[in-house]
Design a protein around this ligand. Structure first.
Ligand code: TRP
Length: 452
């Protein structure tokens, strides 16, 4: 595999890697999806299963994906090929890298459209937008969905922000952006949580998220939680592998992964508490679904003193989270273009952006002009979401677990992960048995539509 002569970038230090990986993981998944899923899937039961899944399935897999990237020191395809070759495995494993890279671009195309909605609401907040009734809140969201020009505009803005960062390089682009945006994100989140404590109904939010009732724990809830654990940790799509490839040999994979997982859980929980405390304080329902932060919350903001300012902070928070995640979805393919085809990074990044932009336009249209074109009843937007989150992500996650757990062999794995004997055996066995079984269960149930 030919590689360009440019020396490979390396993150400035361990914290830089932890930060960019947190940036990838914390996204719309944690702030938009987690609260609304918890809200519509029985609250605490979902939260509990999600936390367990993140630790038992997400964490081991996150470590495996970083491991492949760091050992292969390349884009997802070349890393997998190199590690497969080193450990005497078939070069077919390289396909996994392709599935990841292309899957990441597919996700990015609709992720950017949803992020565009967030930019739209940020813009609305900045211009003093208010909604007085639930009906008005719903209408303003429907108006956005019905207007492909407006959606395309914000989709374009978001993608330009994302690609602009990736084009600047690994350290001066990706690392710099994460180092700037994430501290702001945490600050805003802390502020919102405090605000929730003061102006919202925090005890109600707390009970809703943490009072565990066994009766709420249905298979549907459990499986939704496993699926979500996957998405929120950015697993299976080569993003973490690409980031791991810029990690130096000295850093402990287990230690950094723990930080990433902890931060992701913390953000989801704090965002949930902040959102639900306001939702309950204004007598609104937590189970609105995807509209929770775009319809329910704006309503709460409009009724509370200082709500206008709070809305600005809130949508900035979501935007920063989405932005740092989108960056990680772009990087794998850009890395491949620069390394394999020796394309200059800015050109590779903007070219990738253009392709994703076009695909994203199709997603914008699927809510209005093309709403009648449906595949199994799903419009293009939902089809892409289904294909990536329900098929590609679990399957490549499964393949990664099998590759690291069974195919690579203990020696190479132990050499890279460098855990003490007990921890290593525990991790490897979880990766070999629990992770594949967990993923297979979710996959089978979701594919046959027995849930959600
Ligand atoms: N984890 C991100 C979120 O929660 C989304 C994301 C970023 C992602 N990179 C990914 C999902 C790679 C799957 C694969 O919003």
């Amino acid at each position: 595999m030919s590689q360009s002569a440019v020396p490979r970038s390396t993150w400035s230090n361990r914290w830089a890697f932890i930060l960019v990986t947190i940036g990838s993981s914390v996204g719309l998944g944690n702030i938009w999806k987690f609260p609304y899923m918890a809200g519509s899937q029985g609250g605490s039961a979902f939260v509990l299963v999600y936390l367990i899944c993140v630790l038992l399935i997400g964490l081991p897999l996150l470590m495996a994906e970083i491991l492949i990237g760091r050992r292969g020191k390349g884009n997802p395809v070349s890393s997998l090929l190199k590690v497969a070759e080193e450990t005497g495995n078939s070069s077919w494993w390289g396909v996994l890298g392709w599935v990841g890279m292309l899957g990441a671009l597919l996700i990015l195309s609709f992720y950017s459209v949803v992020s565009g909605w967030i930019v739209d609401y940020l813009f609305k907040a900045l211009t003093g937008f208010r909604v007085e009734t639930a009906e008005a809140a719903r209408q303003s969201f429907d108006t956005l969905l019905g207007n492909p020009y407006q959606m395309a505009l914000w989709h374009t803005v978001f993608l330009v922000l994302t690609v602009g960062v990736v084009a600047r390089g690994v350290v001066s682009g990706i690392e710099f952006a994460n180092k700037t945006l994430l501290p702001c994100l945490f600050l805003i989140l802390a502020l919102l949580t405090l605000w929730g404590c003061v102006a919202g109904d925090m005890p109600a939010a707390w009970h809703f998220m943490f009072d565990f009732k066994l009766a709420d724990l249905t298979p549907v809830v459990a499986l939704a939680a496993v699926g979500h654990a996957f998405f929120s940790l950015s697993l299976g799509m080569g993003a973490i592998m690409a980031y791991g490839s810029y990690l130096d040999r000295k850093t402990s994979i287990a230690h950094t992964s723990l930080w990433v997982v902890a931060a992701g859980m913390l953000v989801g929980i704090l965002a949930g508490l902040a959102i639900f405390s306001l939702t309950f304080r204004y007598g609104l329902q937590p189970d609105e679904g995807p509209g929770l932060i775009l319809q329910t919350l704006p309503l709460a903001f409009s009724h509370m003193p200082g709500g206008g300012l709070l809305a600005i902070f809130f949508f900035l928070l979501v935007l920063f989270a989405a932005w740092t995640s989108a960056i990680s979805l772009t990087e794998p393919f850009v890395a491949w273009l620069t390394e394999r085809l020796s394309i200059h990074r800015p050109i590779a990044a903007w070219g990738t952006g253009l392709a994703v932009w076009l695909l994203g336009l199709a997603s914008c249209l699927s809510f209005n002009w093309w709403n009648d074109y449906r595949l199994f009843g799903l419009n293009l937007f939902d089809t892409l979401d289904f294909l990536t989150s329900r098929i590609m992500m679990p399957l490549s996650g499964l393949a990664i677990a099998i590759f690291v757990g069974w195919a690579m062999g203990r020696t190479a794995v132990a050499d890279e992960i460098r855990l003490n004997r007990h921890a290593f055996t525990l991790w490897l066995n979880v990766l070999r048995f629990l992770v594949p079984v967990g993923i297979t269960l979710v996959f089978v149930f979701r594919i046959f539509g027995w849930m959600e």
